[in-house]
Design a protein around this ligand. Sequence first.
Ligand code: PLP
Length: 393
Amino acid sequence: MSEQANVTPEQYIPLCVPDVSGNEWQYVKECLDTAWVSSVGAYVDRFEQQLAQRVGSDHAVATVNGTAALHTALLVAGVQPDDEVLISTLSFIAPANAIRYAGAWPVFIDAEEHFWQMDPQCVTDFLENQCETVNGVLRNRVTQRRISAIIPVHILGHPVDLQPIIELARRFDLVLIEDATEGLGGSYADQALGTIGDIGCYSFNGNKMITTGGGGMLVTNRADWAEKARYLTTQAKDDPVEYVHGDVGFNYRLTNIQAAMGCAQLEQLDTYLQKKQTIAEFYGERLSRIDGVTPMPVPSRGNSAWWLYTILIDSELFGTGRKELLDFFAAQQVQVRPLWQPLHCSPVYRDCQVVRGSIAESLNQQALSLPSSVGLRQNQQERIIELIASAPR
Ligand SMILES: Cc1ncc(COP(=O)(O)O)c(C=O)c1O
């Protein structure tokens, strides 16, 4: 089954590649022509303002990538070394690493089975039954560490059910940081993902909703936090002329060239969202006819950005498992990929606490992400669907 099929390189279908057919060349050329290429420049300001306006946030601070945005968010939110931060276990590893960069520890929260996002019920169980308030500070009963923040990750562009999580965050005085790195353009209860909690973070990595090659952004309505983020991401300069530094800062700023690309990409976000939605509808309709395949659910509250279209394979009903399908697609020159190993199973985080975890583990066994580039053509989608239907069993 893993034998190379008779397909030409032209038939190769990548998982998710960017579209750079807008004003990218023109804006980047302007940076090169004027030599405004580094981390200061009109495009950085413009990108921050336009993104803030687009999502409806008061402030935006551009960063070198989404991981840096998350790290900075944790620091401005006041997360201290040895605190604990609740985070979705079914996620790419970056937000967990950002928690460790801040010296804090992740507590992994399982996914719910309907939309595969952080399960608010697990958050409730943990906060109500596994924590206690000691001298006004919420602590994990087992580790006695302070619980200071929660990071729901909107995976695959779908919204996390945030309402109950917002209520819990208020009740237990936790800072709510949304990892919206996969969800730019998606919404929950008519609000843009990333703007519902206290701070939101986006990524502009090559495969994300928009790209700057690599890049990120932090958004917040709190002016003091935005100012602190700007300070920390630019080496914490108290006096920029005399090189006086009041903190251990970071070189986390985005360059003007990258921001120029970001401005051009942002102009096309609506087109991208429309294309992703069309791709999702086509997959959803066709794949629902194949026994053993569960199409990606459609969110009940809010709109998905449909970042990566993902299906579940029931190996018994379908006749073969998602591991075999991965090999089959590789041989057919079609790039598909599994969901991330749940973070509580990852060797690096195996010793951290998890609240349940079994649903994320089961989703991980079954999930397969399909090609979802905005430039994906319908005949390519038809080929992918036909390959699933005809995969050797
Ligand atoms: C859920 C999630 N969080 C954070 C990141 C980190 O973003 P970046 O790659 O821009 O650092 C990514 C993507 O890479 C991601 O998928």
